[in-house]
Design a protein. Structure first.
Length: 425
């Protein structure tokens, strides 16, 4: 099915998911990138993307893309694609507030013939059970009679300059077979890797939520193996490299599991499972183990310091990296903050350095004042928490120079030579 180039598209939410999508559509169709954050809209109008996902030159290539924070500018669109965050609350329950507010807003502007597509990660059934009723109630329109809905899960990998939006196969779905074809054709017009049309919205929702749940469970297994091998005085990375010589061994690595996907999505699935009377054992066990890795890391660091007769209380520790993953400024649900908080329980003085993280955002989000230029010969322990390229390029000698004559270097990411560090995860 070909697609008319006269179509007008609105992308709701211009974060890590929405902006790349808006840019790709904006290269071919009239597109409005909408965000309630007026300063974000102004920055993009000025050609700057604070997420570092889209370069200034690529923003310019989206010649048909405009930005807006005024809801009234959305009335003339044909397709509305929702890419707002779907976090969890303090009790690790799904927080659909951004999705609900976006649906309420769209209900006030959609008209007959409109199509609303959701990309935000949700549990199976959320689109049709939560979002669509809001659209109907606010607009006074009826699904599949006056307007249509779809779901196409996002597969953005923040900080990844290789796997970009057009080169990642896109799952699509729609509320009727005909609208499913239209949604699939729209995405197929910008996704060079192709599309996969799911049989229903629920299938597409479920496919998304298990992608990251699968990764979470696998990383939990490797984290547990790392704890076991540490007690056996075996290097985990060496074991994984040896096992990885088998063709079907999965190349997962131990580490902190944060971010807005892997550390969050499983809770959406377990919430829905419990709602229908099933208590998921393996998924929640993996979540508990991964959520407990910061405690494990700090307890191991303290043991390492004591072995070197370094007094832990009032000691100085440098944490290198705060974002949830390497080469990405995203702070959402970073588990490095758990390490910082755990260290403070021991009355340790913690400095955090991160060249990609905005100082204002770290202060606002976590109350952390970043240390842009750590002093040499100043720290009793150093934790390599995030594998930013800037840290790798420093070299091991420069990193060691931050430490006092006697210090502990704990490499969580296994990016430094084994014989140059005291501990590896």
């Amino acid at each position: 099915m070909s697609f008319s180039e006269n179509v007008k598209i609105a992308i709701i939410g211009l974060g890590y998911v929405g902006l790349p999508l808006a840019v790709e559509f904006g290269k071919k169709y009239q597109t409005i990138g909408f965000d309630i954050n007026a300063s974000r809209v102004q920055e993009l109008n000025d050609g700057f993307d604070r997420t570092l996902e889209v370069e200034t030159e690529e923003l310019k290539q989206a010649s048909q893309l405009t930005y807006a924070s005024n809801v009234e500018e959305l009335r003339s669109c044909d397709f509305y694609i929702v890419t707002v965050p779907t976090p969890i609350d303090a009790h690790r329950q799904p927080d659909l507030t951004p999705l609900i507010k976006a649906s309420e807003m769209l209900g006030s502007v959609i008209g007959k013939g409109s199509t609303v597509v959701y990309e935000s990660t949700v549990y199976p059934g959320a689109t049709e059970e939560t979002c669509v009723p809001i659209l109907e109630a606010v607009s006074g329109l009826t699904l599949n009679q006056d307007f249509f809905a779809g779901y196409s899960p996002e597969r953005i990998n923040p900080g990844d300059k290789t796997h970009r939006l057009p080169s990642i196969l896109k799952v699509t779905s729609g509320s009727t077979p005909e609208i499913a074809d239209k949604i699939d054709a729209l995405y197929a017009s910008i996704i060079t890797a192709g599309t996969y049309k799911a049989s229903s919205i629920k299938v597409a929702e479920a496919a998304k939520v298990i992608e990251n749940t699968q990764r979470d469970v696998n990383i939990a297994l490797i984290n547990e193996l790392s704890i076991i091998f540490n007690r056996l005085d075996i290097d985990t990375l060496e074991v994984l490299e040896a096992a990885g010589t088998k063709w079907n061994f999965l190349p997962f690595r131990p580490g902190l599991v944060g971010g807005h996907c892997i550390g969050v999505d499983p809770y959406y699935l377990t919430h829905k499972a419990q709602a229908v009377g099933y208590h998921p054992e393996m998924i929640l066990a993996g979540r508990r183990l991964n959520d407990g890795m910061a405690h494990y890391v700090v307890s191991e660091l303290v043991k390492g310091m004591l072995k070197k007769r370094i007094q832990v209380e009032q000691s100085k520790v440098l944490v290198m990296g705060l974002t949830f993953k390497e080469n990405c400024p995203d702070l959402r649900n970073t588990k490095v903050i758990d390490i910082v908080e755990e260290l403070k329980e021991y009355n340790v003085n913690v400095d955090v350095v991160d060249p990609l993280c905005a100082c204002e955002e770290a202060q606002e989000e976590y109350g952390i004042k970043l240390t842009p230029n750590p002093k040499p010969d100043n720290y009793d322990a150093i934790i390599m928490a995030v594998a930013h390229n800037q840290f790798k390029e420093m070299g091991i000698e420069a990193i060691h120079r931050f430490g006092k004559k006697t210090h502990v270097l704990y490499d969580l990411k296994c990016i430094l030579p084994k014989d140059s560090v005291d501990m590896r995860l």
